[in-house]
Design a protein around this ligand. Structure first.
Ligand code: ZN
Length: 239
């Protein structure tokens, strides 16, 4: 299956927090979008890999994405090594996306920055035909996405581009709350509280999107950075 946009982020729930408004908007525009989570998030304080998998599939349903896979790379301990690059390359070649979206290039959680490095390197290497990968015994074709964008997570990072996601905000929050084990949930009040399980955390996600939105004259926006200079077809695509 060929995708227009492939989100490669490290923990199930990163995509929902970081770019689900953009996912919903581009699906509504007729593009095909999928998510491949790098890990099962098995080191998370609350929940378990199995619970998070069920939550990720429920969120996928809410978003209406074409596919959601998991590379089962070890949470917390992976590095930007050949072994894991080959896994990410195989996923990029399988779905041949024009655009890859990944984690923030630096963040409070060290997995986020390392996932960014791993995905950036793999997206480039995926275009080198002498690196061989296979799927179901068949050699895969080399494929390099046109663009790799990084969403913005806990750390404030000045975005290179903002996308208006106002019309998709409520659905985005619904997809985030599909992770009942991770975010504010009165049913889990006897479980340990974490940085992301307090009501304040979601307020900060909304405040960030509102601040980004305000700066381009809309209610909510998601921000991205890119290592490559970004261009647009014409001036009227800019706000
Ligand atoms: Zn994360």
């Amino acid at each position: 299956m060929k995708l227009d946009i492939l989100v490669l982020s490290v923990h199930p729930d990163d995509a929902e927090l970081g770019c689900s408004g953009t996912i919903l908007k581009h699906i509504a525009l007729g593009h095909k979008v999928g998510i491949v989570d790098l890990t099962r998030g098995e080191l998370g304080t609350r929940g378990s890999a199995e619970i998070r998998e069920q939550e990720a599939m429920a969120a996928a349903e809410i978003l209406g994405i074409a596919v959601r896979d998991n590379l089962t790379i070890p949470d917390g301990f992976f590095e930007n090594t050949r072994e894991y690059q080959l896994k990410v390359i195989a996923a990029i070649r399988k779905y041949q996306p024009k655009i890859v979206i990944t984690n923030a290039y630096h963040d409070r959680h060290p997995d986020h920055g390392r996932a960014n490095e791993l995905v950036e390197a793999s997206a480039f290497l995926s275009g080198l035909r002498k690196i061989e990968t296979s799927e179901n015994g068949e050699l895969q074709q080399a494929w390099r996405p046109d663009l790799v964008l990084h969403f913005i997570q806990d750390n404030y990072i000045k975005p290179d581009i903002l996308i208006d996601v106002t019309d998709y905000w409520d659905k985005k929050i619904e997809s985030v709350y599909a992770y009942g084990s991770q975010f504010f949930n009165p049913d889990w009040e006897n479980e340990p509280q974490t940085y992301i399980s307090t009501p304040e955390f979601i307020n900060v996600v909304a405040a960030r999107a509102s601040e980004f939105g305000k700066s381009i004259g809309v209610k909510y926006a998601e921000g991205y950075t890119s290592r490559k200079i970004l261009g647009v077809d014409n001036l009227f695509s800019l706000k």
